[in-house]
Design a protein around this ligand. Structure first.
Ligand SMILES: Cc1cc2nc3c(=O)[nH]c(=O)nc-3n(C[C@H](O)[C@H](O)[C@H](O)COP(=O)(O)O)c2cc1C
Length: 303
C-alpha cells in the first residue's frame, strides 16, 4: 500500500506533523512531496510582504509552482497538508490546487491535515470546493491548532512570523502547536493505516473525531465569518490597484495592516463579547455548523 503526502510547510511545523503521523507505521510506503513556489516566501516575513499577500490568498489567485516530483505509483490515499493564510488556503496550496498538476487527485481518496494558529474553517471549505471540482473524495480531516488563548497566540505568532522566534520568552509562551499535540497524531496515523487495510472509509472521520482530531470553538466560527467577510472587501479594493508586490497597492495594504491591528488588539474585547453573545443566541444553528465543520461533507457557502 502507498500513501502520497503533498504539502507546503514554510517553517517545517506542518511537515513535522505529517512525518509524525506515519512515524510508527511499517506496513505502508509513504512518499512526501513538497510544493515549491517559483517565487518562494521569505521567513521571517517583512511586514509589508506579509500583509501584501492577503488579497491573492483571499481571492485565491494562483502563482507559479515548480513541477511536483511525484513517483510514478498507484496511491491508495493522498494526504494533503495545507495551512490557512489570511483565513484562506495558503498561496502555494491554492496554486497547486488550481494547476494542471492537481489532476493527480482525480478519483483519489484524500485526507487533509491542517496545522494552524486557530482559524482554519474557511481555508478548509475552499479546499473542499477545489477537491469536489477535481473529482477527489475527501475521506478525512485532522486539524492541529495552537491551544493557547486567541490573543496570546496572536502575540506569539507575530513574534515568530516577523522575528523568527518560536521559543518561549520571558513574557510569552512558545509559538505554534505544542510538541505534545504533535505527538498525538501518531494515534491518527494508526487509525488511517487500519482504515487502509479494512477499506472502511465512510467511518474514518468518525474514528478520528472520537480521538479529538478536529475541535471547533463556537466563538471562532463567528469571528472567522466576520473576518473573511471584511478580508474579501479589502482584497477586492487592493487587487484593483495591481498585483502582489506593486507599489500602487502600498497605501491600501498599509491601511489594511493598521485596521487589522486595531481590530485584533483594540476591538477584540468587544468582538469577543458579541461573538460569545451570538453563540448563546444561535446555539442550535451553531451546533449544527460545528458538526458540519468537523465532518468531510461539502455544502457551498457554509461559513
Ligand atoms: C501569511 C500567513 C497567514 C496566516 N494566517 C493564518 C490564519 O488565517 N489562520 C490561522 O489559524 N493561522 C494562520 N497562519 C499560521 C499558519 O497557518 C501556520 O500555522 C504557520 O504558518 C506555520 O505553518 P508552516 O508549517 O507552513 O510553517 C498564517 C501564517 C502565515 C505565514
Amino acid at each position: 500500500m502507498h500513501i502520497l503526502v503533498i504539502y507546503y510547510s514554510q517553517t517545517g511545523q506542518l511537515k513535522k506533523i505529517l512525518t509524525t503521523l506515519f512515524e510508527q507505521n511499517t506496513d505502508v510506503e509513504v512518499d512526501y512531496v513538497p510544493i515549491i513556489p517559483v517565487k518562494d516566501f521569505p521567513f521571517p516575513w517583512k511586514a509589508h510582504q506579509f500583509f501584501d499577500a492577503m488579497p491573492e490568498c483571499v481571492l485565491q489567485i494562483p502563482e507559479e509552482i515548480h513541477p511536483l516530483k511525484i513517483p510514478n505509483k498507484r496511491y491508495d490515499l493522498v494526504v494533503l497538508g495545507h495551512n490557512p493564510w489570511f483565513l484562506s488556503p495558503c498561496l502555494p496550496i491554492n496554486s497547486f490546487l488550481k494547476s494542471s498538476q492537481a489532476s493527480i487527485l482525480q478519483n483519489q481518496k484524500v485526507l487533509t491535515v491542517i496545522g494552524a494558529r486557530n482559524m482554519w474553517l474557511n481555508a478548509q471549505e475552499q479546499v473542499k470546493a477545489d477537491l469536489v471540482s477535481l473529482g477527489a473524495l475527501l475521506v478525512g480531516n485532522i486539524v492541529l491548532v495552537d491551544p493557547r488563548p486567541n490573543l496570546i497566540s496572536v502575540l506569539t505568532i507575530i513574534r515568530w512570523t516577523f522575528k523568527g522566534i518560536k521559543e518561549k520568552t520571558r513574557l510569552l509562551p512558545e509559538a505554534g502547536i505544542p510538541e505534545e499535540e504533535i505527538k498525538r497524531v501518531k494515534d491518527y496515523g494508526s487509525i488511517i493505516i487500519q482504515t487502509l487495510k479494512s477499506q472502511q472509509w465512510p467511518s474514518l472521520q468518525e474514528k478520528l473525531l472520537a480521538q479529538k482530531a478536529v475541535v471547533v470553538q463556537p466563538g471562532l466560527v463567528v469571528l472567522e465569518k466576520r473576518g473573511i467577510t471584511n478580508f474579501r472587501k479589502f482584497a477586492a479594493k487592493i487587487i484593483a490597484k495591481g498585483k502582489r508586490g506593486d507599489s500602487a497597492r502600498k497605501p491600501l495594504v498599509t491601511l489594511f495592516q493598521r485596521l487589522l491591528v486595531v481590530g485584533v488588539f483594540i476591538l477584540s474585547p468587544i468582538s469577543n463579547f458579541t461573538a460569545w453573545l451570538s453563540t448563546q443566541v444561535n446555539r442550535k444553528a451553531l451546533a449544527k455548523k460545528i458538526n458540519y465543520f468537523q465532518g468531510v461533507g461539502f455544502e457551498k457557502d457554509s461559513l
